[in-house]
Design a protein around this ligand. Structure first.
Ligand SMILES: [Fe+2]
Length: 338
């Protein structure tokens, strides 16, 4: 190549807006342009002939050494070697390119460094905005959730007010369920989910005619079929639940849907049995039955706690989960539940 052309080529490399370092086979620097001098903080005249690793901070020396080794040993088409390092508050992205002759023999390599500080700052700004938006969305979601639950709460209270027999039932059932859940579940979000599901377990009754809900005598088949709809209606009413951090909407809806299943599979609405029934629904079934038995109903007076406990005990394994039932009886015995 004529001297003039070589000079032109050198000037072009010198003036490129990227830091360029050319290495020989032994990774010694044979060329370094002005931008690379600025990035490395070293003069080309001083550093020329030195191993390139000597102008890298200790912590990325190993990464650079690995990249250079890969250039020598791997097919460059399949290897994309790139490092990012920070110097004096600036970020640089360096690409490693092998230099090979026509016979594909490795002659050395070229390191091209680009200042990506602005790009990084924009990315950091974008991430911080995104985080802010996510936090705001979480806050709004929690507010909406609270609003949704407080309207459900009003609905439950309206439902209970219509029927003086069930006043306070939901709150008492939620309290008993939580106590059983604390002894049977390891995970606290599950306990919160069970408690909340218990609070709203009969929400579906808003869709049942009052004449059936408050009927003093025995229900006929058609009326009972209406009643059997309330767990499904309850699940539907809770459909708009969002995703608050501590509550799992899907399990909560399932606890409500299955709170009238029986352990022996003869319950409703789906006839699930044993472990097919979500644990929350098995817990709720015990709490619900105990509270229902110990309060006055249109069709009978309240049973004493002693009689209700006997009733639960004699239905373990048929209506109720035997293990959870034992936990309930033990908690009652200890005075945790009364
Ligand atoms: Fe129910």
């Amino acid at each position: 190549m004529p001297n003039e052309d070589t000079r032109m080529l050198k000037l072009a490399y010198q003036q490129m807006p990227y830091g360029i370092i050319i290495l020989n086979q032994r990774n010694e620097i044979i060329f370094m342009n002005q931008m690379a001098e600025g990035i490395r903080g070293r003069s080309a005249q001083i550093i020329q002939g030195n191993n390139v690793l000597s102008c890298h901070p200790q912590k990325i020396k190993e990464v650079v050494a690995r990249s250079l080794k890969a250039l020598r040993e791997e097919d460059p088409k399949n290897s994309n070697r790139m490092t990012i390092d920070k110097r004096n508050d600036k970020y640089y992205e360096t690409n490693y390119i092998p230099i090979k002759n026509n016979n594909d023999s490795y002659l050395g390599s070229m390191l091209i460094s680009k200042d990506i500080t602005e790009q990084r700052k924009l990315e950091e700004k974008r991430l911080s905005h995104l985080k802010h938006f996510e936090e705001e969305a979480d806050r709004l979601r929690a507010e909406l959730q609270e609003l949704f639950f407080s309207s459900l709460d009003s609905l439950i209270k309206t439902l209970e007010a219509k029927d003086k027999y069930t006043e306070g039932h939901s709150t008492r059932v939620a309290d008993i369920s939580r106590k059983i859940a604390q002894y049977s579940c390891d995970v606290s979000p599950q306990i919160d989910t069970i408690e909340l599901a218990s609070q709203f377990h009969d929400i579906g009754k808003v869709g049942i005619p009052e004449s059936i809900l408050n009927k003093p005598g025995k229900l006929n088949e058609e009326e009972f079929n209406y009643i059997k709809e309330h767990p499904i209606l309850g699940e539907d009413i809770l459909a708009p639940i969002l995703k608050p951090k501590s509550i799992k909407p899907k399990p909560m809806k399932k606890v409500i849907r299955h709170h009238h299943e029986r352990y022996d599979g003869r319950g409703y609405p789906d006839g699930l049995k044993e472990d097919e029934i979500p644990i929350g629904a098995r817990i709720l079934a015990i709490a619900d039955s105990y509270d229902a038995m110990t309060t006055d109903r249109p069709y009978r007076n309240a049973l004493t706690p002693r009689t209700a406990l006997k009733e639960i005990n004699s239905n373990l394994g048929t209506q109720f989960d035997p293990e959870l039932g034992e936990i309930f009886l033990m908690l009652h015995d200890k005075g945790v539940i009364n």
